[in-house]
Design a protein around this ligand. Structure first.
Ligand code: GYE
Length: 325
């Protein structure tokens, strides 16, 4: 912050600003260093967009945005760079849960509050982050499992499931995977045929799913593909349809998480059976946390957005047109 104030003052003087008609000096801007995971999914793109829309100069912020291109070491370097720059807040979307203790300790030592967004960091000392704003992924997974239980209640014979998970070690993966594994353990007739790594991307999923399907013997049935995000669902559908499977209610039931517009469109068209919402538009909630701290208040440690489930029956073209992401 101090460095920005000095530079901005110098610029203002050089530009001859400071008269009554000029806009207020930018010295009051709250400087935010943001460490984003990357741009691996539609969800992530919408999440970054939400942050950039909220944290503008007009709203009183200077946003320093770092895209770590899916690498934790890049995120750690970005946090260190923001500490050196003496930003006012660090907003971190941790790619995976572990490995954050020392760098967050450095931020604490520099007196810079860290707000975790989307995923969590599994740190020993909770005082290393001021607040966490993000979804309850275990709960999302449990809601999907409850839907499966309902859908397959009357089915004779086993429920054959393929699970395609997201980036290993990320909170979204851990919660959604745990929920499915719990449910499989609780149902004798649910069979987990395979657990594949889709890394939250369509391209990776298409590849692993195509390989998997090629190795299956003729006529093997699949009842459900549990996809840990929309881009995984897109890759899985592509691979399944190429091999002649029909996706959607009554066929291979595709379950997805995020419920971005593209997935809801597939749901309305009948290729996806269930879309579990995961809200990426977290900018306003993060701003509330920052404003509370600016006012000297202690923000709630965890904040979860409200989310819902969608099947085709809940959707319409009008709803899709209104969908913000
Ligand atoms: O579901 C996926 C993204 O952490 C909630 O990460 C996020 C997940 C989201 O890449 O699409």
């Amino acid at each position: 912050m101090r460095r920005y104030i000095a530079i901005l003052l110098a610029l203002l003087v050089l530009a001859g600003c400071g008269t009554k008609t000029e806009p207020p000096p930018e010295t009051d801007l709250i400087v935010i260093g943001m460490c984003q995971v990357g741009a691996e999914s539609d969800w992530r793109v919408a999440n970054s967009e939400s942050m950039k829309t909220v944290f503008t100069e007009e709203n009183g912020y200077r946003l320093l945005f770092d895209d770590a291109r899916q690498k934790q070491e890049n995120q750690i370097s970005a946090v260190r760079k923001f500490i050196q720059q003496q930003v006012d807040y660090i907003v971190l979307m941790p790619i995976s849960e572990t490995g954050w203790d020392s760098v967050l300790q450095e931020a604490k030592g520099a007196g810079i509050p860290v707000i975790l967004v989307d995923r969590m960091a599994d740190v020993e000392d909770e005082s290393l982050y001021a607040a966490h704003v993000g979804s309850n992924f275990l709960e999302e997974g449990r809601r999907a499992a409850a839907w499966m239980e309902e859908t397959f209640r009357e089915k004779a014979g086993p429920v054959r499931i393929i699970h395609i998970h997201g980036t290993l070690g990320s909170t979204a993966q851990l919660g959604r995977t745990t929920a499915l594994e719990e449910a499989v353990a609780a149902h004798e007739d649910w069979e987990l045929l395979a657990q594949l790594d889709g890394d939250f991307t369509q391209a990776k999923t298409y590849e692993v799913m195509t390989d998997h399907l090629s190795a299956l013997s003729e006529g093997e049935t699949i009842d459900v593909v549990y996809c840990e995000n929309d881009n995984i669902a897109f890759g899985a559908i592509q691979a399944l349809e190429e091999r002649g499977y029909t996706c959607g209610p009554g066929g291979v039931e595709i379950i997805t998480f995020d419920a971005t517009r593209g997935a809801l469109a597939e749901c309305l068209e009948g290729r996806i059976s269930l879309a579990v919402e995961c809200d990426p538009l977290l900018g306003p909630l993060v701003e509330e946390v920052i404003q509370a701290m600016e006012a000297g208040q202690v923000p709630a440690k965890h904040q979860y957005p409200e989310e819902q489930l969608f099947t085709a029956a809940d959707l319409s073209e009008a709803l899709l047109a209104e969908r913000a992401y």
